[in-house]
Design a protein around this ligand. Structure first.
Ligand code: SF4
Length: 264
C-alpha cells in the first residue's frame, strides 16, 4: 500500500481526535453490517464496530502499511484526523441494533457483534459499559494480543492475532508473554496468524508454545492477499503446514466477496 502524503490536521481535527471524554472513539468505518469474513465465525452475519487507534503499526513507514485499517491509527493520513468521531456508549448501542435490524432478519438469528480496530482493547473500559446494553448479542473481540482483555469479556469470543516479525513491529512491542497466556485462559479464544515469510513459521510456533503450551486446536492460519489470486496462492501454501500441525486455515472471505474495500 502506498503511503499517503503527510496530512496536517486543523486544530479542530486535532482536538476531536485527541479529546478526552467518556465516549467511544470510532474510526471512519464506524458501525457496519456484513458477514464475518475470517476465522471460526467466517460467514456469520454480524455488525462490526471499528474503533480508532492502535498501539502497533504493521508495515513499514515509507514502504507501505500491511494493515488494511491504517486509517484508524496513521496520523500522517487525512482519514485519521477527519473521519473519526466520538459517540456516547448508548448511541453506539442504538446504532449497532439499528444496523442489525436494517440488514438481517432479526428473529431468525442471534445477533453477533464484532469489535475491531485498530486495537479495540485500548478502549476496553468503555466497551465494558457497552456490552451490558447488548445482552441478547454474542460478541467477538479482535485483538493483536498485546493488551489483556478484562474479566468483563469472558463471555466474548477473543480473536487474537499476534503479530510476527514480518509485521515490522519490534519484538518488545508485539510479543507480551503474560497477555498471551492470559488470553489463553479465556473460554473461547483463538490464535490467528498471518504467515508471510518462512521465518514467521518458527515465531508462530514459539508464540503458540508461550500462549498455551502448543495446543494447536486453538490456532488458525490465515491466508494473505488483497486480491483473490494472491489469497488463493497463500491458502495453498498454508495447507500442508496446517495439516502437519493439526490447526485450521481460514481465508479472508471479504476479499472474495467485496475486493479490497473498507467497511466490509
Ligand atoms: S495490530 Fe492490527 S490494526 Fe494494528 S496496525 Fe497491526 S494490523 Fe493494523
Amino acid at each position: 500500500m502506498t503511503k499517503p502524503e503527510v496530512y496536517q490536521p486543523t486544530p479542530e481535527e486535532r482536538l476531536r481526535a485527541n479529546g478526552v471524554s467518556d465516549e467511544l472513539k470510532l474510526s471512519g468505518d464506524g458501525i457496519f453490517a456484513t458477514l464475518q469474513g475470517e476465522g471460526v465465525s467466517a460467514g456469520r452475519p454480524s455488525v462490526f464496530l471499528r474503533l480508532q487507534n492502535c498501539n502497533l503499526h504493521c508495515g513499514k513507514e515509507g514502504i507501505g502499511w500491511q494493515c488494511d485499517a491504517w486509517y484508524t491509527w496513521d496520523s500522517s493520513s487525512r482519514e485519521y484526523w477527519q473521519e473519526t468521531r466520538l459517540a456516547s456508549i448508548s448511541l453506539v448501542a442504538d446504532e449497532i441494533k439499528n444496523a442489525w435490524d436494517e440488514n438481517f432478519i432479526e428473529e431468525a438469528l442471534t445477533p453477533n457483534l464484532v469489535i475491531t480496530g485498530g486495537e479495540p482493547l485500548l478502549q476496553q473500559k468503555k466497551l465494558a459499559l457497552l456490552l451490558p446494553l447488548l445482552t441478547e448479542w454474542t460478541t467477538e473481540i479482535e485483538t493483536n494480543g498485546t493488551i489483556l482483555p478484562s474479566y468483563d469479556f469472558r463471555d466474548s469470543q477473543i480473536n487474537c492475532s499476534p503479530k510476527l516479525a514480518s509485521s515490522g513491529n519490534a519484538l518488545h512491542a508485539r510479543q507480551r508473554v503474560k497477555v498471551l497466556q492470559g488470553i489463553a485462559t479465556f473460554p473461547n479464544y483463538w490464535l490467528k496468524f498471518v504467515i508471510k515469510e518462512e521465518t514467521d513459521i518458527a515465531e508462530m510456533k514459539q508464540v503458540v508454545q508461550i500462549a498455551n503450551d502448543g495446543d494447536y486446536s486453538r490456532v488458525i492460519l490465515m491466508g494473505e492477499g488483497v486480491v483473490a489470486s494472491e489469497l488463493n496462492e497463500s491458502l495453498k501454501r498454508l495447507h500442508d503446514l496446517a495439516q502437519k500441525l493439526g490447526c485450521a486455515v481460514t481465508a479472508r472471505n471479504h476479499i472474495y466477496w467485496y475486493g479490497d474495500k473498507r467497511a466490509t
